[in-house]
Design a protein around this ligand. Structure first.
Ligand SMILES: [Ca+2]
Length: 294
């Protein structure tokens, strides 16, 4: 009888402790999300600023980036954004749905960046979104969503003013050591979602660099000077250009959750991939053109 009583007491205590632990986890998450969410937004794209992003019909937030005449999405395109496209277009390839790696979901929540989308898929998403938002009056008739140009992405990451002319492959040959977070190597904690171990630093070999096994919800890490999240890490981001100026390979920038090599994380680095290839570490970010005065 006494043993049963104490058993019941222990069960109740364990139950309460687990409730408290869950509540703490939930509060931590909410707090973290709140820190990175822009405080206000506008429905008028031409009036967007860093402090007051344009919010489109999918709830994407877009901000101006000096040096360009486009608005940049502050986040990579999320699973839930892409799901809207897939619901409207039955020809969309299914590889983006619940991709797995090493027995775990690559995109465990619908606010993670969508992966397994080719350059061609991303371009079709932009065309779909443009049409949808023109019809609903969210954007003017002359405005258009598209992938960032390679040079625009450079302005976004902070190297735009330093780049000369040339193909993306040629521009990748810079010797300057600058990463999306600055000049430190290894990156400071909280700099982004990368892979562990980070090559070149043995002290980090035993320690996961971040809490995420694969992709992380967009906005989990601090924004850069323009208000953009995850330029370094999380997923590689398709850009509009050909890697060599022509051919069948397109540019990818920024590294991913599976990147640990310092060279691949340089702001100047360009990855390249066939326009029809789908990878579990590749996604994209959109820009909105045609709404700002040059
Ligand atoms: Ca990225």
């Amino acid at each position: 009888m006494v043993a049963e009583f104490f058993g019941a007491v222990i069960a109740v205590v364990l139950f309460l402790a687990s409730i408290l632990a869950l509540q703490h986890l939930w509060l931590t998450r909410v707090h973290k999300k709140g820190e990175n969410a822009p405080r206000s937004s506008t429905s008028l794209p031409a009036e967007a600023t860093r402090a007051m992003p344009f919010e489109n019909g999918l709830g994407m937030r877009l901000v101006p980036v000096p040096g360009t005449d486009v608005l940049f999405s502050v986040w990579e395109t999320r699973v839930k954004d892409y799901a809207g496209f897939a619901a409207d277009d039955l020809d969309v390839d299914e590889a983006w749905r619940e991709p797995m790696y090493l027995g775990r979901a690559v995109t465990p929540s619908n606010t993670c960046p969508v992966v397994n989308v080719s350059w061609e898929d991303a371009v079709r998403f932009c065309e779909w979104l443009t049409l949808k938002e023109r019809l609903s009056g969210k954007i003017p008739a002359g405005a258009m969503y598209r992938l960032p140009k390679d040079a625009e992405w450079s302005w976004a990451v902070g190297t735009g003013s330093k780049e000369g002319v040339g193909t993306p492959r040629e521009k990748a040959r810079t010797t300057e050591i600058v990463f999306p977070w600055g000049t430190q190597w290894p990156p400071p904690m909280g700099a982004g979602n990368f892979d562990s171990p980070l090559a070149g630093d043995q002290t980090l070999n035993e320690v996961p660099f971040d809490e995420f096994l694969h992709t992380s919800p967009v906005g989990s890490f601090t924004a850069n000077a323009h208000g953009l999240h995850d330029l370094g890490g999380n997923v590689w981001e398709w850009c509009e250009e050909f890697y060599d100026g022509e051919g069948s390979y397109r540019v990818l920038r920024g590294g991913s959750w599976s990147t640990s090599d310092p060279r691949s994380l340089l702001s100047s680095y360009r990855n390249d991939e066939r326009a029809d290839a789908r990878n579990i570490n590749c996604g994209f970010r959109v820009v909105l053109s045609g709404v700002m005065e040059r």
